[in-house]
Every structure is written in structure tokens, then in C-alpha cells.
Design a protein around this ligand. Structure first.
Ligand code: HEC
Length: 98
């Protein structure tokens, strides 16, 4: 959650890594389990649409994904940031889980 304190940076042509570092890093890592699942695991089982739905409405989507509880906050990202972070997550599809 500390990332939220950095504020919504205006990112023209948003950079997925920056979005990750700003909003997600506190709870997700690329290949290692953190508070939330690693991106490599997410990339292997979710589509871009599913990832974006989870970011904007985790309360509803985590239920669809089979989680009993939702511990992820919703994020108000613009479409560019959503596309950038989704692309970034999916780029880990073939990475190794640590
Ligand atoms: C406060 C901690 C926290 C932050 C910050 C956070 N997440 Fe999560 N995320 C979780 C947890 C915990 C889960 C597991 C499901 C749940 O609890 O709802 C999760 C689940 C997910 C999932 C679905 C996992 C699956 O089963 O496929 C995606 C996608 C996701 N997060 C993406 C993101 C992205 C992208 C960001 C940054 C914009 C982010 N999360 C920020 C905690 C967080």
C-alpha cells in the first residue's frame, strides 16, 4: 500500500514496470510469492481481460477466480496504465517460479 503514497503519476505512454513499482510491488513480485501471487503464475492462467478486471474490481473478480476472501484493493488506473501493467504481467508467462 505504500506505493499509493507516491500518487498517481501521470504517465504518458505508461510504462508497465513503473506502474508495477508504483502500485503493485508491495504485494506482488514477478517470480516469487509475496502477499499476492507472482506475475508468472498470473500470466500462466489469466487473460489480459481477466487481469484488467481484477485490477479494477478485485472484490467481484476474486470471487470469480475462486478466492474466499479479497485482500487486494481496487485501483483506478487509466487505460494506458492498465494496458502497460497487463503487458508487463503477461511478459512473465515463460519465467520460472522461484
Ligand atoms: C495490498 C496488496 C495488493 C496490492 C497493492 C495489489 N495486489 Fe493484486 N492481489 C493481492 C492479493 C492478496 C491477491 C489474491 C486474491 C485476493 O486476495 O483478492 C491478488 C490477486 C491479484 C490478481 C489475480 C491473481 C490470480 O489468481 O490470477 C491479479 C491479476 C493482481 N492481483 C494484479 C495486481 C496488480 C496489477 C496490482 C497493481 C496495480 C496489484 N495486484 C496490487 C494483493 C495486492
Amino acid at each position: 500500500m505504500a506505493g499509493l503514497l507516491l500518487g498517481a503519476s501521470q504517465l504518458p505512454g505508461a510504462d508497465g514496470k513503473k506502474v508495477f513499482e508504483t502500485y503493485c510491488w508491495g504485494c506482488h513480485h514477478q517470480t516469487a510469492m509475496a502477499f499476492g501471487p507472482p506475475f508468472v503464475q498470473i500470466a500462466q492462467k489469466r487473460s489480459a481481460e481477466e487481469i484488467q478486471a481484477m485490477i479494477t474490481d478485485p472484490e467481484a473478480v476474486s470471487k470469480v477466480f475462486g478466492y474466499k476472501r479479497n485482500a487486494m484493493p481496487a485501483f483506478k488506473l487509466n487505460q494506458e496504465e492498465l494496458d502497460a501493467i497487463t503487458h508487463y504481467i503477461l511478459s512473465y508467462k515463460n519465467a520460472k517460479v522461484q
